[in-house]
Write a protein that binds this ligand. Structure first.
Ligand code: SF4
Length: 233
């Protein structure tokens, strides 16, 4: 498993329980608004790959902290690109940790296998844009049906999960949020995450965030289809 960074103690993922966050390098998308191009673009990724954290050191840490920590959160850039993700989850589970996976849903098969083996306790999945139009935001050629299959795997699962959309001015509007929400209606949780400008993959992508009122309006629209809608600022 390629581990590019670890946040040892975090309350960001679950405010009521402590998590360790593991970051894996590489992503199949090229979103303009990505804040971590060094972990995404192959020409920059070379430097990251020279300084990976040893898996053994990570598991030593987990062994020692068994009584303080509850969750291991595996985040990307896109963790399903790691060929040994399943083994990695098995090892974490063998230490009695709960596992959360963040994904941009590039691989429904691996998600299904992980769920079938009870290796996941929570999944957070990006829904970046309207279903059938994801390519518009990912800047990569996509087989949309694969992404839709992953949504369905999760909708039919028994675990807790969230869908989430980073909402961006000039890209998302009320109609887009309504179309996304309709598609994932009756899902367990939907988070609207406000875009923040910064060191983005596309340096010209410097747009302002939505106001709280605009976010509340999106929430109201999404709430017509999904009971639990949350705003993340
Ligand atoms: S999916 Fe996430 S990590 Fe990948 S390019 Fe888009 S914002 Fe960056």
């Amino acid at each position: 498993m390629q581990i590019s960074a670890i946040n040892k103690f975090s309350l960001i993922e679950f405010p009521w329980e402590i998590s360790t966050i593991v970051f894996t390098p590489g992503c199949n998308f090229r979103c303009d608004y990505c804040h971590n191009s060094e972990f995404v673009l192959p020409e920059k990724l070379k430097n990251v790959l020279k300084n990976l954290i040893m898996e053994k050191a990570f598991f030593n840490f987990l062994e020692k902290r068994k009584w303080n920590l509850t969750w291991v959160s595996i985040c990307g850039w896109e963790p399903t690109m790691q060929p040994d993700l399943k083994d990695f989850c098995r090892k974490i589970k063998s230490l009695w940790y709960k596992v959360k996976l963040d994904t941009n849903w590039r691989d429904p098969l691996i998600i299904k296998e992980l769920l079938d083996e009870d290796l996941l306790d929570y999944v957070a999945m990006d829904i970046k844009y309207e279903v059938w139009n994801f390519s518009y935001i990912s800047w990569t050629k996509l087989e949309e049906n694969i992404y839709i299959e992953t949504i369905n795997v999760l909708l039919n699962s028994n675990i807790d999960y969230e869908f989430r959309t980073t909402v961006i001015k000039w890209i998302h509007d009320e109609k887009i949020i309504e179309n996304i929400s309709k598609y994932i209606s009756f899902s367990k949780n939907y988070y609207l995450q406000n875009y923040k400008s910064g060191n983005t993959l596309n340096p010209n992508f410097n747009w302002e965030s939505f106001s709280q009122n605009e976010l509340e309006k999106f929430k109201e629209i999404a709430n017509k289809y999904i009971k639990n809608v949350w705003i993340r600022n």
